[in-house]
Write a protein that binds this ligand. Structure first.
Ligand code: NI
Length: 185
């Protein structure tokens, strides 16, 4: 089932999300719905708060980036109760967008290498390291479950310049070809 994507300005996007309990009966269905919602919106990642659930869950399928980064081939994963335990290296900029903020893209600085612990959808505890674009996508989605948006990383002046456009996103004054829920509409 395709779920509406929550737009910028909704309080659920600013909340720190809660851990998921292991035997949570609706989890598999939620994961299925999130895949469907993400693919429908042509995203490479989706976090549970973006469909209105304040839970520590996100999924990633980076195959659209496969051509520029062959190592991303088949990089499709579900991250449950993740913790980024380390971030290292020198900041690099990449132009990010977000399904909750359609029409807005900005360069965001992040560290290039991460170590993350998480459960997969079969509840295996996994620790992995990622770098480059894979790390970037994970960091963006991880931010969502911490209540942080990519716009929060921008310099204050840049954010001030974006204010009107972000307000328009909240009101639904934006052209988008997937279902959304706008907080100020
Ligand atoms: Ni996002």
């Amino acid at each position: 089932m395709i779920l509406p994507v929550v737009a910028y300005g909704d309080p659920v996007l600013k909340k720190e999300a809660e851990d998921i309990e292991k035997d949570s009966p609706e989890l598999q269905k939620l994961i299925e719905d999130m895949w469907e919602t993400m693919y429908n919106a042509e995203g490479v990642g989706l976090a549970a708060p973006q469909i209105g659930k304040s839970l520590r869950l996100f999924l990633v399928d980076a195959s659209p980036f496969e051509e520029e980064e062959p190592s991303l081939k088949g990089f499709k994963k579900v991250f449950i109760n993740p913790i980024i335990v380390e971030e290292e290296g020198e900041e690099w900029a990449f132009n990010e967008g977000c399904l909750s903020i359609p029409g807005v893209r900005e360069d965001v600085n992040r560290l290039p290498k991460i170590t993350i612990e998480y459960y997969d959808e079969k509840w295996n505890l996994i620790e992995e390291q990622y770098d480059g674009l894979a790390a970037r996508i994970i960091q963006h989605e991880y931010d969502h479950i911490e209540g942080i948006l990519f716009t929060d990383h921008l310099a204050p002046l840049k954010r001030t310049l974006l204010k009107k456009r972000l307000n328009n996103v909240s009101k639904g004054n934006v052209s988008v070809n997937y279902r959304m829920k706008f907080p100020k509409k």
